[in-house]
Design a protein around this ligand. Structure first.
Ligand SMILES: CC(C)(COP(=O)(O)OP(=O)(O)OC[C@H]1O[C@@H](n2cnc3c(N)ncnc32)[C@H](O)[C@@H]1OP(=O)(O)O)[C@@H](O)C(=O)NCCC(=O)NCCS
Length: 148
């Protein structure tokens, strides 16, 4: 894949990303046509306009959060996730965010960008999964943060 031809486009159109997020194993909480706390979202597309990936950012309880991020399975490991995450991190910096939180299903990916692990006690009470009965039963997410 020629990643020079990948474009990251801000659309705010969350619904077009939902099938990809679901296929990628993400749990989606929508009210209306987006998660209630979403600020914006981006799509990654190739030169033909085909969807390769998506990312959303949220503002919850006064904190900035990476909401969802996924790359189409066939297109992974070509730095598309990196391009999207950097775009989202730059936007949060532009909004004068001092830190970012997220719940990671792929923590090693986020480690590459300087995210570090939080204990449950250090994690702000802004994630639905903190109160989910599957937490540490069938689901073992990592809570992570990034400080600018
Ligand atoms: C996680 C995900 C978005 C990464 O996208 P990607 O385009 O494949 O990632 P990139 O190619 O940009 O990878 C950037 C770096 O992270 C590493 N990386 C990517 N995914 C990784 C993973 N799952 N585990 C460990 N390292 C990973 C890459 O090896 C690369 O490392 P390098 O810079 O040393 O070469 C993608 O694997 C995905 O959609 N997964 C399913 C959905 C998911 O789990 N989303 C995260 C929810 S929190």
């Amino acid at each position: 894949m020629n990643t020079d031809e990948v474009r990251i486009i801000e659309t705010g159109r969350y619904m077009e990303l939902v099938p990809l997020f679901r296929e990628s194993g993400l749990e989606i909480h929508i009210e209306g046509d987006a998660p209630p706390a979403m600020i914006t979202c981006w799509r990654a597309e190739d030169a033909t306009g085909a969807l390769l990936g998506g990312i959303s950012i949220e503002h919850k309880g006064g904190e900035f959060v990476i909401g969802d991020i996924a790359v189409r399975e066939e297109s992974r490991k070509h730095k598309i996730g990196a391009l999207m995450l950097k775009t989202a991190m730059e936007r949060i910096a532009d909004m004068e965010g001092e830190r970012i939180y997220l719940v990671a299903k792929a923590p090693k990916f986020f480690e590459k960008f300087g995210f570090t692990y939080l204990t449950p006690e250090e994690t702000p009470n802004i994630f639905n999964c903190k109160t989910c009965d599957q937490l540490n039963v069938s689901c073992h997410p990592e809570f992570m943060t990034y400080h600018y």
